[in-house]
Design a protein around this ligand. Structure first.
Ligand code: ZN
Length: 431
């Protein structure tokens, strides 16, 4: 009997989660529309919505016009009333942002650049800043963190951060997991980024790939989490290609994030694009991130005799160096334009591998190096057109991220929002 009860409560949780997702995706919907979308009876929808209204997770709103011009009451999620904190950890960059449930940034704070010998201090600084924000803002319901991959998710550690080995000593689950009154969720940065694209990003212009049927919400629960369900008219396979201090990839394939055995899958930054190329801390040779990350751009600006002259680059962080390169290119410096195009070609070689490995309908380029803009994107697209089977290349859209804030920190927020939508009873009083 206990088993049946447990499974009934899991079905109730799934139904609440599905209703929240329908409203999250669709804005305002009537009970009848929800019943139709979720294939539930009107009575079931009334019951589920009543619980969610009591818990202040959804609210009734003004009349909307339904079928046959009939008026009905709409339901919506008051997204502005729930706040999440996103924390982005990169090699030298740590940012903390407060967002509402829609991913709108309410405040973003960047800590001073991190050096390898001050990482322990940075971690304790982040902990006290978070405690302060959480104490001051009763609307905060969760914290999401985005950390560099490869991230060993069950262990809580990053397996390797090239040139910043101090990060490997940080156990994110131990440091933050139970430190606050709200739960903390940690995700590899590019997977966090793909969640942000899925939850907060614009809809695809032409859904090139048909949507899979959504799982029937009343069906018996399965062992698989529905946490990472793709939404709406988006393609069924979405890739977020993180071009930051390192290079990462997050893929949602038919509703599920691809994690791999340890959480170390889709590490495109450590795929070799030159078997006799530059060595990498991971042990491989010719790793993609040694050619087109912001770290590589800074390195090449210092070392490559053909690189444009950027004044003061030796004192710049990788992000500053990359941004200075993009500005020089935009100002018409031909050596800079040439270098941005070259970086774009390397990003393109990565795209070829992403397409051959995962066949995404859409690849979104984000983070620092996406600042190369149209020059970079054109170089990426030309490599893909040259090197990918035409029918497959034509079915893949490649675009720059449309998210207003840096995707990795939006991604950190998305990790928390995703949990809220997936496990409402952890956040709401649903008794
Ligand atoms: Zn490597």
């Amino acid at each position: 009997m206990a088993g049946i009860k447990a499974s009934q409560s899991r079905v109730s949780e799934l139904n609440r989660s599905h209703m929240l997702r329908v409203l999250y995706r669709g804005g305002i919907k009537s009970r009848a529309q929800i019943a139709q979308e979720l294939d539930l009876t009107p009575a079931a929808v009334s019951k589920i919505s009543a619980r969610l209204i009591d818990a202040h997770a959804i609210e009734e709103t003004s009349d909307i016009r339904g079928k046959g011009n009939r008026r009905s009451i709409g339901l919506r999620i008051p997204a502005e009333r729930f706040h999440v904190i996103g924390v982005k950890f990169a090699r030298t960059i740590v940012q903390i942002g407060v967002f509402d449930l829609n991913g709108t940034a309410l405040a973003i704070d960047e800590l001073p650049p991190v050096t390898d010998d001050c990482i322990a201090d940075v971690v304790s600084d982040v902990r006290s800043r978070l405690a302060h924000i959480i104490d001051a803002d009763p609307d905060v319901v969760a914290v999401g963190m985005a950390v560099p991959g490869p991230y060993l998710r069950t262990v809580g550690r990053t397996a390797l951060v090239s040139s910043m080995h101090g990060w490997r000593r940080v156990n994110f689950l131990h440091e933050f997991g139970t430190a606050f009154r709200v739960p903390v969720y940690v995700e590899q940065d590019a997977r966090a980024g793909v969640l942000a694209q899925s939850l907060f990003g614009k809809q695809s212009d032409g859904a090139r790939v048909p949507q899979p049927d959504s799982a029937a919400p009343t069906a018996a629960p399965t062992a698989q989490s529905t946490a990472e369900t793709t939404e709406g008219a988006k393609p069924s396979t979405l890739a977020y290609y993180l071009l930051g201090e390192g290079i990462g990839l997050g893929v949602i394939d038919h509703g599920m994030l691809i994690n791999g055995e340890l959480g170390a899958a889709t590490e495109i930054g450590h795929v070799s694009i030159d078997v006799n190329g530059r060595t990498c801390d991971c042990g491989n040779v010719g790793c993609l991130e040694r050619y087109c990350s912001a770290t590589a751009i800074r390195h090449d600006l210092l070392e490559d005799p053909d690189a444009p002259h950027i004044a003061g680059v030796e004192d710049m962080t990788p992000a500053q160096a990359a941004n200075a390169l993009f500005k020089a290119a935009a100002d018409g410096d031909q050596a800079a334009v040439h270098m941005v195009a070259r970086v774009g070609r390397y990003v393109g070689y990565g795209c070829v591998t992403i397409i051959n490995a995962f066949n995404p309908g859409r690849i979104v380029l984000g983070d620092i190096v996406a600042g190369g803009g149209e020059t970079l994107l054109a170089a990426v697209q030309s490599v893909v057109d040259e090197r990918v089977i035409p029918q497959i290349a034509d079915a893949t859209s490649i675009e720059l991220s449309s998210l207003p804030t840096d995707s990795a920190i939006s991604g950190a927020a998305a990790v928390a929002v995703n949990q809220f939508l997936d496990n409402p009873s952890l956040f709401l009083d649903l008794k």
